[in-house]
Design a protein around this ligand. Structure first.
Ligand code: PRP
Ligand code: MN
Ligand code: MG
Length: 180
């Protein structure tokens, strides 16, 4: 598996340090607000579980799984719910946790949905951001790292469902995705 990686973009230590910083910021932001922290499956699973360990406040967690209709590169912005929340969001402070924002279509849909369900507030924390790839106007409230437009995997991020278990963010060798 490791020989499919061209370079380590963000090390395990750099991730840990950043996740701790973000957790501390969010603790202050959400103290006494009992936020509903939403993990967008599957990519955000590792980030979310590490992040909440640095939030020394009352919070609840929930999970949502969504996918774009059809070809991602020609996505209409329509998103299908694979697994919905178990929690009622009306009146709740909601924090969406994402691994990466690319076109912004996934999060645009989710933010609109949660507002429609009358969340008291909706904010976004993302570990990684590719702001130059944006197709819709969508800005996270907190970002760990901006990354270049390369094929990044690891720490939750996949290529064809693989590499999510890498402890760092790496760049995939081009031959891995051109040989298929
Ligand atoms: C990836 C990533 C984000 C989304 C970002 O998820 O984890 O959720 O795409 O892309 P966007 O900004 O263009 O919408 P994916 O749909 O691959 O599912 P996964 O998290 O299960 O890998
Ligand atoms: Mn995802
Ligand atoms: Mg994916």
């Amino acid at each position: 598996m490791l020989d499919d990686i061209k370079e380590v973009l963000i090390s395990e230590e750099q991730i840990a340090q950043k996740v701790k910083e973000l957790g501390q910021i969010l603790s202050e932001e959400y103290r006494d607000k009992n936020p509903l922290v939403i993990c967008v499956l599957k990519g955000a699973a590792l980030f979310m579980t590490d992040l909440i360990k640095h939030m020394d406040i009352h919070l609840e967690m929930d999970f949502m799984d969504v996918s774009s209709y059809g070809n991602r590169t020609e996505s209409s912005g329509e998103v299908k719910i694979i697994k919905d929340l178990n929690t009622t969001v009306q009146g709740r402070h909601v924090l969406i946790v994402e691994d990466i924002i690319d076109s912004g279509l996934t999060l645009k849909y989710l933010v609109d949905l949660l507002r429609h369900r009358k969340a008291k507030s909706v904010k976004i924390v993302t570990l990684l951001d590719k702001p130059h790839r944006r197709k819709v106007d969508l800005k996270p409230d907190l970002t760990g790292f901006e990354v270049p437009d390369e094929f990044v995997v690891g720490y939750g991020l996949d290529y064809a469902e693989k590499y999510r278990n890498l402890p760092f963010i790496g760049v995939l060798k081009p031959e891995v995705y051109t040989s298929e």
